[in-house]
Design a binder for this molecule. Structure first.
Ligand code: SAM
Length: 247
């Protein structure tokens, strides 16, 4: 998969994309990432990217021209659906605005995104985007949660990290992403490592028993219990919060 990221702050991506699983995903060729500096597409000799909102709201908004120019340069074709212009959306990679107004990023959406060979992510700043970017350039809008960040960069990093770990081969044999929380619709249950006893607190004996089937059944039971306790909403409308009490 290839991911293009349009941002006013390219340096923010340095550390997170150069460590651990994201680094390995790139080294093994499962993922490539290109960071594009929005400032280079700014308007005029000052390369302006923002301006005051019409109508007098506070703050600044990202202008449409630099963002459209950046994305059209990245994809090397017209992609803005201007009046009288047609763009065949089926031939475009998803062009995703990171915005608190977008659809929530869930594990199901992460898996859906991971099916695409290419994604374009656009990071907002200031008070966000001119509405024409949303309407006539973006093909999707994604939020990482019901809170407001200062910019889309951290949101883009979260999205890239979540997508990278479900790409085939990226986690290797270390661990299956299918055991993670949300993958099966449940939270993951408790996990333990050495030592078997720490300051009087023991690892549940079943995990040391070597009975793989019983261990799998225990894990499933614990995952259900934890999900009932913490996120009964994941179990659907029939699961009542009172069910969380059956410990
Ligand atoms: N005025 C905007 C609004 O109320 O929707 C918020 C703008 S926010 C200060 C600046 C940028 O941060 C946004 O354009 C977006 O790119 C990013 N951002 C903030 N919160 C986000 C979230 N929860 N998910 C994804 N991106 C977010």
């Amino acid at each position: 998969m290839h991911i293009d990221i349009v941002t006013l702050f390219p340096n923010m991506f340095r550390g997170p994309f150069e460590e651990s699983i994201l680094r390995r995903a790139q080294e093994m060729g499962a993922l490539s990432i290109a960071i594009h500096d929005l400032r280079l597409f700014g308007v005029g000799k000052h390369r302006q990217v923002d301006d005051v909102p019409y109508g007098g709201s506070p703050g600044m908004l990202l202008r449409p021209e630099p963002i459209v120019a950046a994305v059209e340069s990245i994809l090397d074709r017209p992609v803005f659906r201007g009046a009288g212009e047609t763009v065949d959306l089926s031939t475009l990679p998803p062009i995703i605005l990171l915005t608190p107004q977008g659809r929530p990023l869930t594990q199901a959406l992460v898996k859906e995104l991971a099916q695409h060979p290419r994604l374009v992510l656009i990071c907002g700043r200031y008070e966000g985007f001119d509405e024409r970017v949303r309407e006539f350039l973006a093909t999707d809008e994604i939020s990482i949660g019901d809170y407001v960040l200062s910019g889309g960069e951290l949101a883009a990093m979260v999205l890239v990290d979540a997508v990278a770990r479900v790409l085939p081969g990226v986690l290797g044999y270390e661990r299956g992403a299918e055991e993670d929380s949300f993958a099966s619709g449940l939270l993951e249950g408790p996990q333990y490592t050495r030592p078997p006893e720490f300051r009087g607190r023991r690892v549940p004996p079943i995990l040391l028993s070597g009975h793989h089937e019983r261990i799998a059944a225990w894990r499933r039971e614990q995952a259900l219990k934890r999900t009932r306790e913490r996120r009964p909403d994941l179990l659907g409308p029939t699961a009542r919060p009172e069910d969380a009490g059956d410990r």
